[in-house]
Design a binder for this molecule. Structure first.
Ligand code: ATP
Ligand code: MG
Length: 214
């Protein structure tokens, strides 16, 4: 049995066509069912639904053999124990710094002020500001980062941006791009040895489908 860890939402939706290219159809729609384990058209392949940030943990520890995770999640998790054979070019966005539109970020940086930064991505943020030599106080959040500058909790946020419409709706502006993000296929190291053939087939089918879409 090959177990694939996916998160609900855009990663699940955007992985479906890649699975189809590998001849795999998922039996149920996770938005309509409460099941956490989904069977597929291949009796020896199943999908487990986990939180996006839990995908690396499941795959690294053998709760799943393979998974799909955003580069953001992989960097934060520290994907050292994972084989990462393929950029799937799905769930594309970027990691950026954003502030209120009336906050002068460039001046704050220039003057060497301490900047309060709220984020779910503390490892990426810490590294980014350390590289720039900017002093920051990091405030760890688990959601709704956009609210932090509006309430005075922070001067800036580090968050994922795709269209920018959420920032705009909250009077925030993107002031710095940190990283381009897309989702990657991740594989458990032991599974790669024990289930070499089915995993190779999956990687090859995904790779062909990704190449065909570019
Ligand atoms: P939850 O919404 O349950 O709190 P989450 O925010 O981590 O979890 P998603 O919003 O589904 O989960 O994001 C999952 C992954 O999709 C992220 O890790 C990132 O790689 C990617 N992603 C997030 N936001 C966007 C976006 N706006 N556009 C494209 N990809 C995105
Ligand atoms: Mg989300």
């Amino acid at each position: 049995m090959l177990t694939l860890a996916l998160s609900k939402g855009r990663i699940f939706e955007e992985t479906l066509p890649l699975l189809a290219a590998a001849g795999i159809t998922v039996s149920e729609d996770p938005e309509k069912s409460r099941k956490l384990i989904l069977s597929t058209s291949q009796a020896d392949v199943r999908v487990v639904l986990v939180r996006a940030t839990d995908v690396p943990t499941y795959v690294e520890n053998g709760g799943a053999d393979v998974g799909v995770a955003g580069l953001d999640v992989l960097i934060e998790h520290g994907g050292a124990g994972l084989y990462q054979p393929l950029d799937l070019q799905i769930a594309k966005c970027r990691m950026s710094v954003a502030t209120r539109d009336d906050f002068d970020y460039a001046s704050a940086v220039k003057q060497g002020s301490r900047i309060r930064v709220a984020t779910k991505y503390t490892a990426i943020a810490r590294q980014h500001f350390a590289d720039k030599g900017v002093h920051v106080d990091l405030i760890k959040l688990y959601g709704s980062m956009e609210l932090a500058p509006l309430t005075g909790l922070a001067d800036a946020i580090v968050d994922l941006v795709s269209t920018g419409s959420t920032l705009k709706a909250n009077h925030l502006v993107e002031v710095e791009r940190i990283l381009d993000v897309s989702s990657r296929l991740v594989v458990n190291q032991a599974a790669l040895k024990l289930q070499r053939e089915p995993i190779r087939r999956l990687i090859d089918a995904f790779a062909q489908a990704v190449a065909a879409r570019q």
